[in-house]
Design a protein around this ligand. Structure first.
Ligand SMILES: Cc1cc2nc3c(=O)[nH]c(=O)nc-3n(C[C@H](O)[C@H](O)[C@H](O)COP(=O)(O)O)c2cc1C
Length: 219
């Protein structure tokens, strides 16, 4: 699979089998993640690979719970339902769509690791650069994984309210941010496209390209 195909066929995968991943394949994916560009050469990142069964289970539970919180906030409540009923619906929905997170053979956590190398005036922008760089590394990881037939889903929102619990599971210090996580594993099949509800309102690439002046899109 060439780079274009891997980029095109990467999809958010939320359904996994328990098929194990070869060490050599895992190493290849990780190495390709970490050749991403990094602002000021800072490498303010690390990737934590979680294969320990107990830790995987704890992360999966945390992410599924976080998914329930997310759906409770983001999805409108059905008319006439109480907040408690809506949250119970959200929990059931998260359990319905994410249960195989508990069998995925690995998780990868993208850690933002402060390197303390920005002078005061560069600090705020430097932090943003570090986060962008970590995102580049994660995109590399997801595309490389896809080329190897492995699924991923960049996950930031589901752990947003549970960062300390996640730090505790991973044993990372308070100043290290587990900014992004993904299950890593072989899906029964890759989604062919976006879910219909998302696809309906998705902007086309042509509407997002402006030629020479803002607003002059190709559509
Ligand atoms: C910054 C970022 C954060 C995301 N956070 C989550 C998340 O918390 N949970 C989740 O299931 N998907 C998450 N996603 C995946 C998106 O929902 C997904 O990429 C989007 O629906 C488009 O689908 P595609 O990746 O198949 O193109 C995130 C994606 C990005 C880029």
């Amino acid at each position: 699979m060439d780079a274009f195909e891997a980029i095109r066929k990467r999809r958010a995968v939320r359904n996994y089998t328990d098929r194990p991943i070869d060490d050599a394949v895992l190493d290849k994916v990780l190495r390709h993640a970490l050749v991403a560009p990094t602002g000021s050469g800072a490498q303010a990142w690390s990737l934590m690979v979680v294969r320990d069964a107990g830790k995987r289970r704890a992360i999966a539970d945390l992410i599924i719970d976080g998914g329930a919180t997310y759906f409770g906030i983001m999805r409108p409540a059905k008319e006439g339902t109480s907040p408690e009923e809506h949250q119970a619906w959200a929990k059931g929905y998260a359990e319905q769509i994410l249960p195989t997170y508990r069998v995925a053979p690995a998780w990868v956590v993208g850690l933002l690791v402060p390197r303390g190398n920005y002078p005061e005036r560069m600090r705020e922008g430097g932090h943003i650069d570090d986060l962008i760089s970590l995102a580049f590394a994660f995109e590399n990881l997801m595309v490389a994984a896809r080329a190897e037939g492995l699924g991923t889903v960049p996950t930031t929102a589901f752990q947003r309210f549970e960062k300390d619990r996640l730090r505790e599971i991973l044993g990372v210090p308070a100043d290290v941010d587990p900014a992004i996580v993904t299950p890593l594993g072989y899906p029964p099949e890759f989604p062919k496209g976006l879910p219909p509800a998302l696809q309906r309102n998705y902007r086309t690439w042509k509407s997002l390209v402006h030629d020479d002046s803002y607003g002059n899109t190709r559509e």
